[in-house]
Design a protein around this ligand. Structure first.
Ligand SMILES: Cc1cc2nc3c(=O)[nH]c(=O)nc-3n(C[C@H](O)[C@H](O)[C@H](O)COP(=O)(O)O)c2cc1C
Length: 322
């Protein structure tokens, strides 16, 4: 696409040259209207589970260029068919602005992929894109693990939200504060989606909504903490379950050995190293490796059926008479 491109455009059809030029001007320079010359009005672009119109593609290019101002995209191989075109490419950039919930870490990504285009006349009507999504996120510091992403909700299989909620209300959990130090400022939120993953290695997980204001700080951190609130810390739970500035000004806390904020008087607390993340639609699962634990005799705060309970008042269950 420029002097560093490995493609000899003189061997290509004018139609392919026009596509490569439009890609260079849109992805490389932000001139997204250059795509109008090569994409049909009915154009559809399909990813692994996404579908974009021409205008949606344009706005996602602009969004990427805002986040990655040095975005570079190069075509490395071209295969031409009668009405089809395969372009193999590499793309790279530096994350300078927030992108899909990721904070501007200054990290670089580099990813390769391929676009398979189908033409009607001189215009592309449909494209299928594949790329190394896992590699892209990994290089940005957000490795995807397991099956990478939970499927988006599907209208046919969706479970009613009220049924789902009533199921969750049957669960009994503790209440934790998940916290992180962000350039010297403590940030955190109330979380009950906490679980042990394994004892050896000592792994736990917490599940955090991407819309949380703590999220971008958490995903950029190397360490985070989980304080399991004590039965007398309902007020602390309420502070951290609310979106507000300077939550830590309202509670007693201290720094742990790994620099993370810990709530004073918690029933137990963990300092964790961020081991892995798993994107799950609106939420991200953070897997932490336990680096340090403190426990006390204090009873935990308990949450069930949308209400808080005193964990010291639990009555041991007995077997029902036969
Ligand atoms: C008992 C309880 C448990 C909660 N558990 C979670 C959770 O597991 N994950 C989550 O993302 N939010 C959870 N929330 C909601 C957040 O704490 C809440 O949205 C908070 O305002 C987020 O704060 P932030 O936007 O300042 O980070 C919970 C709230 C309550 C009251």
């Amino acid at each position: 696409m420029d002097e560093e491109s490995t493609i000899d455009v003189t061997t290509l059809t004018p139609r392919t040259v026009a596509v490569i030029s439009a890609l260079e001007r849109s992805w490389g320079q932000g001139n997204v209207d250059a795509l109008d010359a090569v994409l049909a009005p009915s154009y559809v672009r399909r990813g692994r589970r996404s579908r974009q119109s021409k205008e949606e593609l344009k706005s996602s290019i602009l969004d990427m260029r805002r986040a990655f101002p040095d975005l570079d995209m190069r075509v490395t191989r071209v295969v031409e068919g009668e009405n089809d075109l395969a372009l193999y490419w590499t793309s790279s950039g530096t994350l300078h602005d927030e992108y899909l919930g990721l904070p501007p870490t200054g990290r670089q990504y580099s990813v390769s992929g391929a676009t398979f285009s189908h033409f009607e006349g001189d215009r592309i009507v449909e494209e299928n894109v594949i790329y190394d999504r896992r590699g892209k996120y990994s290089s940005l510091g957000v490795p995807l693990s397991g099956s990478s992403t939970v499927e988006e909700p599907n209208a046919k299989t969706a479970v009613g939200i009220d049924v789902l909620r009533s199921m969750h209300r049957k669960m009994v959990t503790g209440v934790t504060v998940v916290a992180v130090d962000s350039d010297g400022e403590p940030r955190g939120l109330a979380v009950n989606a906490f679980s042990s993953v394994s004892l050896e290695p000592p792994l736990i997980l917490v599940c955090v909504q991407k819309s949380s204001s703590t999220y971008s700080h958490l995903i950029a951190a190397s360490h985070f903490s989980v304080s399991v609130l004590a039965a007398d810390q309902l007020n602390v739970a309420k502070v951290f379950a609310t979106k507000q500035e300077r939550k830590f000004d309202q509670v007693a806390w201290h720094h742990g050995e790994h620099g993370v904020p810990l709530i004073d008087g918690a029933a137990a607390a963990m300092e964790l190293e961020l081991q892995d993340t798993l994107h799950a639609s609106t939420h991200t699962i953070f897997i932490g490796r336990v680096r340090r634990i403190t426990t006390t005799d204090a009873a935990p705060l308990v949450y069930t059926n949308g209400a808080f309970f005193d964990g010291a008042q639990l009555i041991e269950a007995s077997e029902s008479p036969a």
